[in-house]
Design a protein around this ligand. Structure first.
Ligand code: MSP
Length: 678
């Protein structure tokens, strides 16, 4: 029976839309899963969304929708994107599904019944961003993990006896060195555990959006216990159904949990401890990769420096993104994304190297052999150069396997491309087009050998690269006259399998060259996106902002709106509020105001007219980042002059931190220019 192979991505939070950071992990897992299937493993690839917790609760309330509405929408976006990207996941788990809830409660029950959960009380600092209790000095003190201000909470909680697992965890890390990869992460985790583990609070009474603790529904289960359990619940853990139980017994433990390096502790300390406590087998390995950086910092919603996968795949296709990420990023380390580097890689490796090899080889076979695969004649037309290609191909099959299995995707692909390079050189050196001019028998036989050699090397390169770039390799495969590349058994791959007489498919270029306009198109698309999805100043991104009132970001003294009459307790009537007219505007022009460090001059389109506004946001926003972005404008303010410029309206922003830095208000949904706020 085929060996099973179970691989997972982290389940992604639904308080942010998918970007190529998420796509990176998903693509890596997809490529691994595809290769495993080609090797004949009984493969299961799981992904999904993490939908509970305070962050989601807050993001939803900020957006004026229910948590369920928010999670439905964003989970749909993740799934829709993976489908567009042809991600070969076998299941997509959402933590709001009933099957998950049942499984998590079962996990809690098991851990409790085995004596690892007790009730206690906690008072201290909580980091909403990390969903973690932390050691921090007091109200607002920075979280030691992420630096964001913490909140003071005091509650009665259920605690998990994490401290009981110190020795067992250390034994695990030493006894099973491949459990955490790479070694640098393993060493960090070991140092953390050696420094002592404290019991972990695993329930909350301050949150509603979660899974109730069995028999005590005032509490919801800690999000990380909830989230981590997905790897089991998706496989049928906790289900009363026999088939589900069999599925769990078959696929669990997971072979690979693929994660980004920032969630190592949850996966490598908490997760095995939870599983040990529940009496369940442990995953075989947890592989932590580095971060995808954009503009020199980690691509993330809170930094506002994301690039969507859609932008790249619309312009260059799925395989361009996949190839870039797998080839350019040294797996395990941080890697930078840039449109320039992407297009350069695409043109040099795909359009030039592989694309040229395929189109030259196939076109010549079509032309000189009426589209039928020639066969190298056994006679004297073979040369050392032909044998060298055959040997190089065999070596590539072996080295690719060992590099890929060691998660060195970039080097594995490099090995394939060095074969591709050698074959392209072989073609130039052997000049098949010149050999084709000669009409004698020997030349014909020589031509057959050259073209068979190139086609066979192309076939091998294509089969090896398939898990990384499945769509284009499937097309090359078809053009070679072969069928169903994804069902091709990689274990059998060797030189000389290409059959004489195989009829080629329709020969077409697979990788059209990209020019400079591709970069411009992608940049423009990203700019339009920032407009359509104006980044929200949600507490979810920066907990410090929670509860801070929206303030106005125009510079200068208090606005000259007629002051609404306030009652004794400071409240105003709805009519007073209605006097303030606010609407959605689109920034057309943004530039610095000379001699004023804090001011930007904006031209804002509000549908009926374009307003000039002078706003005190220059320290927080680069002018070019604002062009094309939607903002909220107070439109019925009396105009006033700032640095000699008339300011006709005021942009609304949250005021954040001690310095009161402005964060512009925006919308999750697309909103039309001119829409009134009420
Ligand atoms: N919901 C938790 C994970 C729970 S798993 C039981 C979470 N979600 S997340 O949406 O923040 O996703 C984090 C993961 O997305 C990272 O661990 C990584 O796999 C991927 N990435 C998100 N941004 C990334 C980069 N900029 N670079 C590389 N990977 C990135 O944490």
């Amino acid at each position: 029976m085929a060996e099973k192979f179970y691989i997972t991505t982290p389940i992604y939070y639904v308080n942010a839309r998918p970007h190529i950071g998420h796509a990176y992990t998903t693509i890596v897992c997809d490529a691994i899963a595809r290769r495993q299937r080609m090797l004949g493993s009984d493969t299961f690839f799981l992904t999904g969304t993490d939908e509970h917790g305070q962050k989601v609760e807050r993001s939803a309330s900020e957006a004026g929708i229910t948590p369920q509405q928010l999670t439905d929408r964003i989970a749909g976006e993740f799934r829709g994107l993976w489908d567009r990207m042809n991600i070969s996941y076998d299941d997509f788990i959402r933590t709001t599904e009933e099957r998950h809830k049942l499984g998590v409660q079962e996990m809690f029950r098991r851990i409790r019944d085995r004596g690892y959960i007790y009730k206690g009380s906690y008072s201290g600092q909580y980091c909403v961003f990390d969903e973690l209790y932390v050691d921090a000095a007091g109200p607002g003190a920075p979280c030691p993990e992420c630096g964001r201000p913490t909140e003071t909470v005091s509650e009665e909680n259920y605690f998990f006896k994490l401290s009981a697992f110190e020795d067992k965890l250390l034994e695990l890390y030493t006894g099973q060195p491949g459990f955490i990869r790479p070694d640098t992460r393993r060493n960090e985790v070991m140092a953390f555990v050696r420094s002592g583990l404290r019991d972990l609070s695993i329930s909350r009474t301050t949150i509603q959006w979660g899974i109730p603790v069995p028999d005590d529904p005032r509490h919801v289960i800690y999000v990380w216990l909830d989230a981590l359990s997905n790897y089991c619940t998706a496989m049928g853990f906790g289900s009363p159904d026999k088939q589900d139980q069999q599925k769990f017994a078959h696929y669990w433990p997971a072979d690979v949990h693929m994660i980004g390096k920032e969630i190592v502790r949850f996966h490598c300390v908490y997760w095995p401890a939870f599983l040990m406590a529940a009496g369940l087998p442990l995953p075989r390995s947890i592989i932590a990769h580095g971060w995808l950086l954009f503009e020199e910092s980690k691509m993330s919603k809170s930094r506002g420096n994301i690039v969507r996968a859609e932008t790249v795949i619309d312009v260059l296709g799925n395989d361009a993104l996949r190839y870039f990420l797998l080839r350019e990023v040294v797996f395990g380390q941080d890697g930078s994304f840039s449109f320039d580097a992407l297009v350069q890689r695409y043109n040099s490796d795909l359009a030039n190297d592989l694309g040229n090899l395929a189109s030259r080889t196939l076109t010549m076979i079509a032309r000189y052999f009426r589209g039928e695969m020639p066969y190298p004649s056994p006679g004297g037309s073979r040369t050392a150069a032909d044998d060298a290609i055959a040997r190089a191909a065999e070596q590539t099959i072996a080295s690719f396997a060992s590099l890929w299995d060691d998660y060195q995707f970039s080097r594995a692909l490099e090995a394939v491309w060095s074969l591709v390079g050698a074959v392209n050189k072989y073609i130039v050196d052997n000049e098949p087009w010149a050999v084709a001019e000669k009409e004698d028998e020997g030349s014909r036989s020589r031509l057959a050998t050259i073209l068979y050699t190139t086609a066979e090397a192309l076939r091998i390169a294509t089969a090896l690269a398939h898990p990384a770039i499945p769509e284009s390799t499937a097309r090359i495969w078809e053009q070679l006259g072969l069928s169903a590349i994804s069902e091709f058994g990689l274990t059998d791959l060797k030189w000389g399998q290409l059959q004489h007489g195989t009829k080629l498919g329709k020969v077409e270029p697979v990788f059209p060259r990209a020019d400079k306009s591709a970069i411009e198109r992608m940049q423009q698309m990203e700019q339009q996106r920032t407009t359509a999805q104006a980044v929200q100043a949600t507490p979810a991104q920066t907990p410090a902002q929670a509860g801070q009132p929206a303030t106005q970001a125009a510079a200068g003294p208090a606005p000259a709106v007629p002051a609404p009459a306030a009652s004794a307790d400071g409240r105003i009537s709805i009519d007073d509020f209605a006097k303030v007219e606010m609407c959605v505007g689109l920034v057309r022009v943004a530039e610095k105001v000379k001699g004023a460090d804090k001011l930007l001059r904006l031209e804002v389109d509000i549908g009926t007219e374009v307003r000039q506004v002078v706003a005190g946001i220059a320290e927080a926003y680069a002018p070019e980042s604002l062009v094309g972005r939607k903002v909220v404008l107070v439109v019925n303010l009396q105009p006033r002059k700032l640095r000699g410029l008339e300011s006709n309206g005021m942009i609304v922003a949250a005021s954040v931190g001690e310095k009161g830095s402005p964060v512009l208000v925006g919308f999750l949904e697309d909103v039309p220019v001119g829409a009134r706020l009420k």
